[in-house]
Design a protein around this ligand. Structure first.
Ligand SMILES: *Cc1c(COP(=O)(O)O)cnc(C)c1O
Length: 376
């Protein structure tokens, strides 16, 4: 059986998790959380990074920080995970969905400006498959219209756009360490990246239940109290310890994933040349992280048949994202701006092949052979 995903695991996690377990402090912001924060600050060159229990909550923090009010509008693609939208819906925002580009499945930067109204407050580009959105154009639009940009870089750790790590270009970025992503903090985890100094102090307060406890621990105030709205957005230090074991191996893990990705690409090129399938497109400004390897087929019927054929051969392949605007909640909380030229039709063509850290070349070749057999 070739699974679709296996949680990333290097063996380096154990010693850190045990060390955290045996320490006197395993709640949030312990030793390992600090080590992770240091690692990200250096790697990303951001103003501040804050671990969260998951990426969903990092997005929720961003929505609170930009002070989303009922009726505000937030622009994003419809082809994304529910959390991208929910974080803003929870604060009363109306979601404005914009069509995607068929080549990268990312928001079409050229359709954003016409979706802006007097109520628009933010743009949330999603870097699908760890391949960057056209950020120069998006940041230019945001600057001219005085909008916030929150990059949903859940899938984008180790990817760059024009040399800049994803999540460090907008006002905020968010990463996910869910077990389905390239790095995990033991199943669930996330990071809020802050790139604008103005938000740092309040972010720490919101993350600490609306108290100035972080300042208290640094000796900046002599008691801590309730100063703002907030929630609990701290992961346990055991989560951070697990992640730290992977951060120490981040380059190696990324290189191995990229090698798997390239192997798929080489072996499937022939089917693409014969126009049976389409392969992913990586724009020249982007370096990616091999988060997923997808192929595109002729349509939904062919996809259903190929999934079945793969399953008969003990290979798990999946698709995802029923476009949010066609879901019940999407209809209630959002509207699609302009026409759905690509979102639905392209999402129905897409099939994700098994991809995880440690996937063997033998398994990749077996997947390719079964797909080749399907088309012959
Ligand atoms: C995985 C994912 C999320 C949610 O991440 P969690 O850590 O599971 O909360 C949000 N957005 C996108 C695009 C994702 O892929």
């Amino acid at each position: 059986m070739i699974l679709f995903n296996k949680p990333p695991y290097t063996g380096n996690e154990e010693k850190h998790v045990l060390s955290a377990m045996r320490s006197d402090k395993i709640s949030g912001d312990g030793k390992y959380t600090q080590l992770c924060h240091q690692w990200f600050n250096e790697k990303l060159g951001c103003v501040k990074s804050l671990l969260t229990p998951n990426c969903t909550q990092a997005l929720e923090m961003a929505a609170i920080l930009i002070d989303i009010q009922p009726g505000d509008e937030v622009i994003m693609p419809s082809y994304t995970f529910v959390s991208t939208a929910n974080a803003f819906v929870l604060r009363g925002a109306k979601i404005v969905f914009v069509d995607i580009r068929p080549d990268t499945m990312n928001i079409d930067e050229n359709l954003i400006e016409q979706a802006i109204t007097s109520k628009t407050k933010a743009i949330v580009p999603v870097h699908y498959a760890g391949v960057a959105c056209e950020m120069d154009t998006i940041m230019d639009i945001a600057t001219r219209h005085d909008l916030y940009v929150i990059e949903d870089a859940a899938q984008g750790m180790m990817s760059t756009y024009k040399g800049k790590p994803l999540g460090t270009i907008g006002h905020f970025g968010t990463l996910s360490f869910h077990e389905t992503k390239n790095y995990t903090s033991g199943g669930e985890g996330g990071l809020l990246i802050i790139n604008d100094e103005r938000f740092v102090k309040r972010a720490e307060i919101i993350r600490e239940k609306g108290t100035n406890r972080s300042q208290f621990f640094r000796g900046m105030v002599d008691k801590y109290s309730w100063v703002d709205l907030g929630s609990s957005y701290l992961p346990s230090d055991i989560q951070a310890a697990y992640l730290y074991g992977q951060l120490e191996k981040a380059e190696q893990m990324n290189n191995e994933r990229l090698a798997s990705w390239s192997h798929y690409q080489d072996k499937l090129q022939n089917l693409a040349d014969n126009e049976k399938i389409e392969l992913p497109h990586i724009p020249s400004d982007c370096s990616h992280n091999a988060h997923m390897f997808y192929i595109k087929l002729k349509g939904i019927n062919e996809r259903t048949k190929l999934i079945e054929h793969l399953k008969l051969n003990d290979i798990m392949a999946v698709f995802h994202y029923i476009p949010l605007h066609s879901a019940i909640a999407g209809e209630n909380f959002g509207r699609f701006d302009g026409s759905d030229r690509y979102t639905t039709i392209e999402s129905e063509k897409l099939l994700r092949l098994p991809m995880y850290f440690g996937l063997s070349i033998i398994d990749i070749e077996r997947v390719v052979n079964v797909i080749t057999d399907f088309y012959s």
